[in-house]
Design a protein around this ligand. Sequence first.
Ligand SMILES: CC(C)(COP(=O)(O)OP(=O)(O)OC[C@H]1O[C@@H](n2cnc3c(N)ncnc32)[C@H](O)[C@@H]1OP(=O)(O)O)[C@@H](O)C(=O)NCCC(=O)NCCS
Length: 148
Amino acid sequence: MVNKLNIVYSQANSEDELDIFNLLKELGGDRSEFDVTKFYVAKDDNNLVGCIRAKVFDNGCLELSSLAVDKKYQKRGIGTKLVEELLVKEITRPIFILTELNKKNFYKKFGFNIVEPSNLPDEFKKEYERIVSLPFAKNLQVIAMMIE
Ligand SMILES: CC(C)(COP(=O)(O)OP(=O)(O)OC[C@H]1O[C@@H](n2cnc3c(N)ncnc32)[C@H](O)[C@@H]1OP(=O)(O)O)[C@@H](O)C(=O)NCCC(=O)NCCS
């Protein structure tokens, strides 16, 4: 358990690339089309402890993706702060997320609501279909959510 926390939130830079990649690998986060400039990070005394990404699709639509917090730092509000940081810095709306049904309430508190896959914009519908067809998603209840 980590005690005293002085977490700093910022946009990622090229020096964070390897740490972000390793954190996502460890926690099974989305590493596809990796682009460090699209990430925000949480650091404790300069050590990377969390990340989140605003992934841009071809039609300009945004996805909140790759949210991960180091296991030792979870349940201390860092994931919440990372989502808030992204929502303040990224002014494009709507923003979509693909997540699991059991994380619905975590995202609801920011104003995200469930969207039926059939109502998603084409670019994002393709991403939804790609994710649900992956082996790891076979036993998951994947949902799409959106904030306007
Ligand atoms: C999902 C994840 C990013 C959450 O990160 P986190 O830093 O633990 O998030 P928070 O602490 O802000 O919130 C997590 C929960 O802990 C609760 N919490 C927050 N601060 C707390 C505190 N001080 N004490 C106890 N609980 C607390 C929150 O209310 C929240 O509960 P909720 O989901 O019911 O709202 C983290 O668990 C993770 O990296 N998981 C693996 C990767 C993953 O699943 N990513 C999301 C893909 S959609």
